[in-house]
Design a protein around this ligand. Structure first.
Ligand code: ZN
Length: 298
């Protein structure tokens, strides 16, 4: 999931070669939150490849995947790796298996997930390496957008499959359910430590300045935090009012998603003792205020 005005109307090729060992296959599921759709990837150089993510399960995806396999010069899929359990990444698993047979699929099991709950999946953990001909993928646990989120380092290219943590356009949504902004920022910092040259995101085009883009993401969140504290310096306010004050450049259709982002920031700031609830209530009706002593300045 993503948010950003330039996600709207962005189109992407259905199949594109991104490197000698990476072919991107569009999930064919465009929407307000997926932009042009979810990117899935054929990875490797051999007759059978790794597939990273499965799209949402829309019918139009399978013929595009088959065309991508022709472009890539492969005959089959060796195994499936999932970045996380959101439906636009895992939703295509059943239809791919119905078409190609019982391909093994792996993901990191989040809280309450195990093989009993997911007999169709095998667990993948932080640091695990998965190899196929021509490619080695290393799993990096990166919670924040979702608790079960993995990125994958493609070791032969020093490239990163970033899932929903870093996007080709727009910014990542921190959902109220399963999202955690403080963890997300920690995950971004960890990804900078991986020093990726290129980033292959789950939505939007390839990113060729990996580390610089992750730094931009961190700066963007710091700027939002400053804006929220600045808006609250004018007096207590509920989330919709903060959104209207801060997201002046974002279409109103995206304000509900922006409210999630502001809520994520407020939750983080509350934990840090920098804001508090003046009048508690349902999320959108709760009035927030600054908790710091020097509340006059942002
Ligand atoms: Zn997601």
């Amino acid at each position: 999931m993503a948010i950003g005005d330039n996600m709207i109307g962005l189109t992407r090729p259905e199949v594109e070669v991104w490197s000698p060992r990476v072919v991107v296959v569009l999930g064919m599921n465009p929407s307000l939150f997926t932009g042009p759709g979810t990117n899935t990837f054929l990875v490797g150089t051999g007759p059978r490849r790794i597939l990273v993510d499965t799209g949402q399960g829309v019918e139009a995806y399978l013929p595009v995947l088959e065309r991508a396999m022709e472009t890539a010069g492969c005959e089959g899929i060796e195994q499936i790796l999932l970045t996380h359990g959101h439906v636009d990444h895992i939703g295509g698993l059943a239809q791919i298996r119905a078409r190609f047979g019982p391909i093994p699929a792996r993901k990191l099991f989040g809280p309450g997930e195990d093989t009993a709950a997911h007999p169709e999946l095998r667990p993948l953990a932080d640091g695990d390496r998965v190899e196929t001909e021509g490619a080695t993928l290393r799993a990096v646990h990166t919670p924040g957008h979702a608790p079960d989120h993995l990125c994958f380092v493609l070791e032969e290219e020093e490239a990163l499959f970033s899932g929903d943590n870093v996007l080709g356009v727009g910014t990542t949504v921190i959902p109220s359910e399963g999202g955690d902004l403080a963890l997300y920022l920690r995950s971004l910092t960890r990804l900078i430590g991986e020093a990726p040259s290129r980033i292959y995101p789950a939505h939007g085009p390839r990113i060729d300045d990996g580390v610089a883009r992750i730094r931009q993401y961190l700066d963007h969140r710091m700027e939002r935090e400053r804006q929220i504290l600045g808006a609250l310096a004018h007096g207590p306010a509920p989330i919709p009012e903060l959104v209207a004050r801060i997201y002046v450049d974002v279409p109103r259709a995206l304000h509900a998603a922006a409210a999630h982002s502001v809520a994520a920031h407020l939750t983080k700031l509350e934990r840090e003792g920098r804001v508090r609830r003046l009048r508690p209530g349902p999320p959108l009706e709760t009035t927030w205020e600054r908790a710091e002593k020097s509340a006059g300045a942002p």
